[in-house]
Each structure stands twice: as C-alpha cells, then as structure tokens.
Design a protein around this ligand. Structure first.
Ligand code: NI
Ligand code: MN
Length: 226
C-alpha cells in the first residue's frame, strides 16, 4: 500500500487499485499550504466524525472526484443536503463491500458535531481489508480496551492513531492502543497542527520503540510504500 500524508489526520491510501482518502483538512491547515487540493481525486472519501478538522475539504474533493463519501448516517445526510448524493451511510459494526476490499466502521471515544452545529452522529474509526492487507484508521479517540476486539476480529498490520493529546489520546495512550491492536507499526496523526497538540517527535518515536513498535511520523506531502 502507498500512503500519502496531507497533514493533520488526512491520508490517502492506495490499496487494491483504489484510492482511499481519510478526513481531509488541508486548505485551512497552514502546515499543508503546499498541497494541491484540486489534484486529490480519491475513489472513496472516508469521514470519521463531523468536526471541521476532519471534513473541511470534503465537499470540494467530492465534487472534483465523484468519490463515494463513506461516513455515519448523520454525516452522509448532511452531505446529501448539500447536493452530494454519492454517499454510503453506515454505523458502527457495519461493513461496506467494495470492488477493492471492505470498509468496516468501528467505534471511537470522542464527540461529533457538524460545522453548522447540527448533530453529527457517533464518532467512528475504520478497518480496511484488501486482499491480505489490513489497516486500522482510528479517527479521533481516547484509548479504550475494546480496541482488543478490533485486533481479535481483524488483525490489522498497521494502525493510524491520533497522539497529539488535548483532543485525543497522547503518545503514552496511543502506544497502549497499539499494544491492544497488536500492531508493530503505527502511523501518527492529529499532532502539531495546533499549539495545543504539538509533540516531541523524537520522544514519541523512542517511547514506541521501547515497546517494540515502530512509530512513523510522516512529512506532509510525503508518500511511503508499506
Ligand atoms: Ni474531532
Ligand atoms: Mn480532530
């Protein structure tokens, strides 16, 4: 799989012949000013919850790409009201079978209101399967012990975990989450964008390494093949 980082919690993953984009927040993010939003043309646009730092560019990207918007019922309805009808509404526990593989919606411990204040449903994460590859994208969340059930059912090989503290778990809890998920590789997200979520990169990488886990903190605009 090829993973491209667009800053904050936004990644595009090329897997099984499909491009899957998670939680776009690019135009409002000064750290991602060099990224070309017009050139981001995913097949699937996955949104974890209603907060603006997870869907700021979703409407524009969906218009440009005719990507399927995958999100909970309330967020899909909100996009439909804005004329975006190519949606796949789900709720926690559900799986969307696609030509490239499957998308399962999982729970998250967070909140979810939409930018206009309307109800955004429950916050979520995702598990993606394609062939023998499997990844977990946690969304914004605290640590919760039921992450062990994701490992039991899905056996992800890599987890995308928030670790910037303040609005999500911190580095210590994210490392515990990786242990619950039984992954040996983590891609960090939801850090450095705002003053309140800045982290010490080397300290974070060292903490994970001391627990036998590789933490990748990607550069914005970087693509890695995993
Ligand atoms: Ni949030
Ligand atoms: Mn957030």
């Amino acid at each position: 799989m090829n993973v491209t980082y667009f800053g904050h919690s936004c990644f595009q993953i090329e897997l099984g012949g499909a491009n899957i984009l998670f939680d776009p927040f690019i135009r409002p993010n000064p750290l991602a000013a060099q990224m070309d939003v017009e050139k981001i043309l995913p097949d699937y646009l996955l949104i974890t919850h209603g907060h603006n730092d997870h869907l700021a560019d979703a409407e524009e990207i969906a218009h440009n790409s005719s990507a399927f918007i995958v999100a909970n019922w309330e967020i899909c309805t909100w996009f439909s009201e804005r004329g975006l009808n190519l949606t796949h509404p789900m709720n926690c526990g559900g799986t969307f079978q696609t030509p490239f593989g499957s998308i399962t919606m999982t729970q998250a411990v967070h909140s979810s209101s939409l930018p206009d204040g309307s109800y955004g449903g429950n916050p979520t994460g995702y598990v993606i399967h394609a062939g023998d590859r499997c990844l977990n994208y946690a969304g914004d969340t605290d640590l919760f012990s039921d992450m062990q059930l994701i490992a039991k059912r899905h056996q992800p090989e890599v987890a995308f975990l928030p670790l910037g503290d303040t609005f999500t778990m911190d580095v210590i809890s994210a490392c515990e989450a990786a242990i619950f998920l039984n992954v040996k590789r983590v891609i960090g997200m939801h850090y450095d964008t705002f003053a309140s979520i800045k982290i010490d990169h080397q300290a974070a990488i060292t903490h994970f390494a001391n627990n036998g886990i590789e933490l990748l903190l990607m550069d914005i605009g970087e693509t890695r093949t995993l």
